[in-house]
Design a protein around this ligand. Structure first.
Ligand code: SAM
Length: 222
């Protein structure tokens, strides 16, 4: 079982996803477990402060180091120890992180404990990324308002790789990127054979499996 711990200011954003497949299925079969941790519970004062102005000036606020550290210690006991465990990954979500790939999803699917830190506002104190995590991950070259969507992307892509989550496990093996980072799936069609003069390639209707296999290989993008 993989335990996902998600540190966020907006735990309710995760609800629709954990209550629908494939995550709901993975949770009910005890293949994964999802713990939502409200960062505000670790605020530095009674007013619930978790952010601060960046030294040197800047437009917005950034997440402070102490609430994130305390949240991590509450999850892992000792953060220092957790950072050394081979079966544990602690991930900060950031547009400046390493680009997430299917290969990374496969690597993470072998872990037992994955903690995701969702940034907000203008990001987070650099010390979090430098000293409190095993990975800094970006899901692409664009800016979102928080790390919640990136966390969901990562959690779902890992979960669907785990045995018992997808009904047709074979799908995981033949999907785009399954063989490496750059092999894409071939085009697929279903009924009707023709729709408004848009036709299904005749080779797929031929029943010749060898020919179909060759056509698919030729059509795959690299
Ligand atoms: N000021 C930051 C910058 O220019 O890189 C952007 C901060 S963004 C508005 C707030 C948070 O959303 C980030 O700390 C991160 O956790 C998350 N985020 C936004 N885009 C992301 C992406 N492409 N990949 C991963 N996380 C992202």
């Amino acid at each position: 079982m993989i335990t996902f711990n998600i540190i966020t200011l907006f735990p309710s954003l995760f609800e629709p996803f954990i209550h629908n497949p494939p995550l709901s299925k993975a949770i009910s079969k005890r293949i994964i477990e999802v713990n939502l941790i409200q960062l505000r519970d670790f605020s530095i004062d009674r007013r619930g402060t978790i952010d601060g102005r960046p030294y040197g000036g800047g437009i917005g606020m950034i997440l402070r180091v102490e609430p994130v550290y305390d949240a991590l210690e509450s999850i892992h006991g000792s953060l220092e120890k957790a950072l050394r465990l081979a079966d544990t990954s602690i991930i900060a979500l950031s547009p400046s992180g390493k680009k997430f790939t299917q290969q990374k999803a496969m690597e993470l699917s072998k872990k037992r404990n994955i903690t995701l830190i969702c940034g907000r506002y203008e990001g987070m104190d650099q010390r979090i990324k430098d000293h409190m995590v095993t990975d800094v991950i970006s899901i692409g070259d664009y800016i979102l308002s928080g790390g919640e969507l990136p966390s969901l992307v990562i959690m779902e892509s890992i979960s669907r790789l785990l045995p018992g989550v997808l009904e047709k496990r074979k799908a995981v093996e033949i999907e785009s990127f399954a063989d490496g980072d750059c092999v894409l799936e071939y085009p697929q069609y279903t009924r009707p054979k023709s729709f408004k003069r848009m036709d299904v390639p005749s080779v797929l209707l031929s029943g010749d499996h060898e020919k179909i296999k060759k056509w698919r290989e030729a059509e795959q993008d690299y």
